[in-house]
Design a protein around this ligand. Structure first.
Ligand code: SF4
Length: 350
């Protein structure tokens, strides 16, 4: 670490910014160069302090859809539980960076009661996404206790464990945890994976243990400038996932969190990259079919999507998603057509 970098990290402390933190394992994957794609994901960058006229403290508008504290109900058949606030390492591109800047404990009794009450009275919710920081930073007993209470409130409800721990701390996927996950099936794991070098041997072993335990693993990737913004890297990543039996699910255009503008690839470049990737991989994602290579082949192409800024919901990104453009806040924005037909601005970054 250079003296300048050390000074920047010291200056971040106490300013309400996303903490600096990285697990020894994840740090061991990084090279020494500032441009190393692993290093850039956890090492603070002075560009995080640059003003961004499009930044939103709550880029997904989760507060708008907050049913009770810690529970977000935006989509009819699923809800998001902000279960735990710490992480094994802090991703500099994280869209919940403002929320994570203040310590958030793992959800306890007083906050869980209203969540359970809400779930009991909303049978249309069929799956609960357990997220919010990384739930796998909680001890096994706490996690099992949460799953038990959710299932007592709503027997049979699907669980989706959203985590980066298999990548940042693969030792977490020990037999004790796998036994708990098996016990609470139907349960899927959604992991955050951005670069083929993250599929190191310990990560592969941990994920194989999940799959062998009957836990399906979905992969969510963020398209990040300077990290994975080329088709070769993404193809290698998604082919590596297929080889392991993981399902590439979403490739996300970054959200508009403060201090992350330097990670955003211009939307038109993202669309061109995705076109190239589509020619290389069989379509998959949440709505994928067997694809042009024929039935029976594993689907390696995730859906390219963005969460519309401010709470408009998730939308697939295609050329025709862009319904117009205008000048706003000193820059050009594209107007993206949301699921409700409304137009939502997203910076063009051109
Ligand atoms: S692990 Fe997830 S919640 Fe934690 S900093 Fe990374 S992206 Fe954000």
């Amino acid at each position: 670490m250079s003296p300048g970098e050390a000074a920047y990290i010291a200056a971040m402390r106490g300013r309400g910014l996303l903490p600096f933190g990285v697990s020894p394992f994840y740090a061991s994957l990084a090279g020494p160069e500032k441009t190393d794609p692993i290093r850039r994901q956890f090492f603070p960058d002075p560009r995080e302090s640059l003003p961004d006229p499009f930044a939103l403290d709550d880029p997904l508008g989760e507060a708008r859809h907050r049913a009770v504290p810690r529970l977000v109900h935006q989509y009819r058949d699923r809800a998001l539980l902000l279960a735990g606030g710490s992480c094994a390492g802090y991703c500099r591109h994280c869209f919940r960076r403002v929320w994570l800047a203040s310590p958030q404990g793992f959800i306890g009794g007083a906050e869980l009661g209203p969540v359970l009450g809400y779930l009991k009275t909303h049978p249309e919710i069929r799956e609960i996404l357990v997220s919010g920081g990384d739930p796998l930073t909680a001890a096994d007993e706490k996690l099992a206790g949460l799953f038990r209470k959710l299932r007592e409130a709503r027997p049979g409800i699907g669980l989706r464990l959203c985590t980066r721990a298999p990548v940042t701390n693969p030792a977490r996927l020990g037999s004790g945890l796998i036994d708990i996950l098996r016990q609470y099936r139907p349960l899927r794991m959604a992991i955050h994976l951005n670069h083929p070098r993250e599929l190191a041997d310990p990560v592969r072993l941990g994920l194989k243990a999940c799959l062998d335990g009957g836990i399906p693993v979905l992969v969510q990737t963020v398209l990040l400038r300077g990290i994975n913004d080329n088709p070769e890297t993404l193809e290698e990543l998604f082919r590596g996932c297929l080889e392991l039996g993981l399902k590439p699910y979403y490739l996300f255009q970054p959200d508009l969190a403060p201090g992350t503008a330097h990670f955003r690839l211009p939307l038109k470049q993202g669309l061109a990259l995705y076109r190239d990737l589509s020619a290389r991989l069989t379509p998959g994602g949440p709505r994928g079919s067997a694809g042009k290579d024929g039935p029976g082949l594993p689907a390696g192409l995730p859906v390219y999507a963005v969460d519309l800024p401010g709470g408009g919901g998730k939308v697939d990104l295609r050329e025709d998603t862009i319904a117009g453009e205008r000048q706003e806040r000193g820059g050009k924005v594209y107007l993206l057509r949301g699921p409700d037909g409304r137009l939502w601005p997203y910076p063009a970054d051109e």
